[in-house]
Design a protein around this ligand. Structure first.
Ligand code: ADP
Length: 256
């Protein structure tokens, strides 16, 4: 459990780091855009050279940032693998448990016989952690989190999904819920209703990005004062799961 806790804290730190980097990038782009707007309006060659140097420095900073992201394993291509959905979720449960305070109960319903899915295990782990952290934040006085995974046959296509077989992961909480304005904007990157040092506004976009990257989708269902359910659909992978050893999914994260 200690290892899972550390891993959860590292992932939370990773979320904040991502937000910090996004902020830095924004500043760099603003510098570049400002200098590039000034150059055609400037006649003094010395000043033009200075503006060009400003651009060069901004680009150097951006390059350094990408280097940092790469060393943190963030700027990598998705590492897709076909895994048994039950094993994949089961592997991250200890970490999810230790991300929650004692007054929040996590019940997991992960039946046997779930279909395989093709996912980036690290992204999946991050997505579930982000959802659990949101549930935690929505229940300052405690409550219940329920993680239910099931196979689902979609007989007709919907706006977001083709008809077919899906593994459906639903995470419900008994927290504050979201009003219509929050619900409408919740998936927007950097949208947060939390204090600056608490929220990054990148949790749900990451989870949504994970679902999309896996050719699935994510839906939010929320009622103020009652709670929230976030559902992720992942398409059933053709064929069998690759030989996944117990612990192999969670073991992919190494941010020491
Ligand atoms: P962050 O958690 O950093 O604010 P997210 O993108 O994860 O960023 O969430 C955006 C916003 O959506 C939150 O600030 C919160 O207002 C709302 N939200 C997300 N999940 C929940 C939840 N389970 N219950 C209530 N509100 C939520």
């Amino acid at each position: 459990a200690q290892r899972a806790l550390l891993q959860g804290q590292k992932l939370e730190a990773l979320g904040r780091l991502t937000a910090g980097i996004a902020h830095d990038f924004n500043n760099i782009l603003q510098t570049l855009s400002g200098a590039l707007q000034l150059i055609p309006l400037t006649h003094d060659p010395a000043r033009i050279r200075m503006l060009a140097e400003t651009c060069q420095r901004a680009i150097a900073r951006a390059t350094k940032l990408t280097g940092q992201m790469r060393s943190f394993g963030m700027a990598q291509d998705a590492r897709l693998a076909t895994v048994d959905a039950g094993v994949a979720v089961g592997n991250v449960l200890p970490m999810l448990h230790s991300a929650l305070p004692p007054n929040i109960d996590l019940a997991a319903d992960v039946p046997a016989g779930l279909w395989p899915v093709t996912v980036d295990a690290l992204q999946m782990e991050l997505a579930l952690l982000n959802l659990v952290l949101n549930a935690r934040d929505a229940m300052p006085d405690g409550g219940q989190v329920r993680l239910a995974v099931r196979n689902e046959v979609l007989s007709e296509r919907t706006t977001a999904l083709a008809a077919g077989d899906y593994v459906c992961i639903a995470l419900s909480d008994t927290g504050s819920g979201m009003g219509p304005e929050t619900l409408a904007r919740a998936l927007e990157p950097f949208f947060t209703t939390k204090a600056v040092d608490k929220g990054t506004g990148l949790g749900l976009p990451q989870a949504y990005g994970f679902a999309n990257q896996s050719n699935g989708t994510l839906a939010l269902d929320s009622q103020p004062g009652v709670g929230t359910t976030v559902t992720i659909w992942l398409p059933r992978a053709a064929g069998e799961a690759d030989g996944v050893e117990e612990g192999a999914v969670a073991g992919q994260i190494d941010m020491t």
